[in-house]
Design a protein around this ligand. Structure first.
Ligand SMILES: Cc1cc2nc3c(=O)[nH]c(=O)nc-3n(C[C@H](O)[C@H](O)[C@H](O)COP(=O)(O)O)c2cc1C
Length: 236
């Protein structure tokens, strides 16, 4: 394969205007790559969302490293349009549980979620009870920054906010799993109560709420099957 580029990146003109550095890349043998890819896949394949957490404490430094990892995610125009708010404060977790259960009661008991949605959720057995929000040692809420506010109070646009936050959320979940913690991707919709409880500005909108901790010993999870490769990959 030819490796001659007619339009090299960065061009000398670009590099005269903006800083660039060499990308440090470690190249492995194909055998090493196969081993690494299988090891990572097998580890990720063991990840599950849990809905019963232990109250065992989790050091703040682990949450910080998970957020640092999440923040390495690619983002539209490198805006990193996310804010993670982490709390282990019992009063705040209680307030979040009460507000989440109030919304989820309407979703589940007053049929704000339509029949098709409720049927899709039936095998998971989720309901409006969210005790785990108080029992898990941490709640981490990922807020998307719909736009940026500058020091002079003007605003600037963010790009591909949802895509960027979705990727950051994935990195966060993977980081927690890798370090031996568990979480649940939780969306007690509508989630705007989180702005008030966590005192966040109006440019931020809750994206996902993550209870974080160790799984309760003996916890059960739905016996889900993941799609086969040929259902999710078409390659040529
Ligand atoms: C965007 C999103 C929102 C979710 N919201 C909820 C939720 O509010 N409550 C819940 O119990 N699970 C929620 N889940 C978790 C899914 O039910 C779970 O990921 C799925 O059943 C697959 O299980 P696994 O994560 O163990 O592989 C959500 C997942 C995603 C990606």
């Amino acid at each position: 394969m030819a490796e001659h580029y007619e339009h090299p990146y960065p061009s000398s003109e670009l590099e005269s205007q903006y800083p660039f550095v060499h990308y440090e890349h470690e190249r492995f043998t194909e055998e090493e790559m196969r081993n690494r890819s299988h090891g990572f896949y097998e580890q990720m394949e063991r990840r599950r969302s849990v809905r019963m957490f232990s109250s065992d404490p989790v050091p703040k430094s682990l949450i910080e490293t998970a957020v640092k990892t999440a923040s390495t995610a690619p983002s539209g125009a490198h805006k990193q349009p996310w804010t993670f708010v982490a709390t282990q404060n019992p009063e705040i977790k209680h307030a979040i549980r009460v507000a989440a259960e109030k919304e989820e009661e309407i979703n589940y008991l007053e049929n704000r979620m339509n029949k098709e949605w409720q049927e899709a959720l039936a095998p998971l057995g989720t309901d409006h009870h969210k005790e785990f929000l108080e029992i898990a040692p941490w709640i981490v809420v990922l807020f998307e920054q719909r736009y940026e506010t500058n020091v002079d109070e003007s605003t600037s646009k963010n790009y591909y906010v949802k895509e960027s936050c979705g990727i950051a959320a994935g990195f966060f979940i993977a980081a927690l799993h890798h370090m031996g913690l568990a979480t649940l991707t939780h969306t007690p919709t509508p989630m705007n109560f989180l702005n008030e409880i966590l005192d966040r500005p109006k440019n931020e909108r809750p994206f996902v709420l993550f209870p974080v901790g160790y799984p309760l010993k003996g916890v059960k999870v739905p016996d889900l099957k993941r799609k086969d490769l040929d259902e999710v990959l078409f390659s040529s």
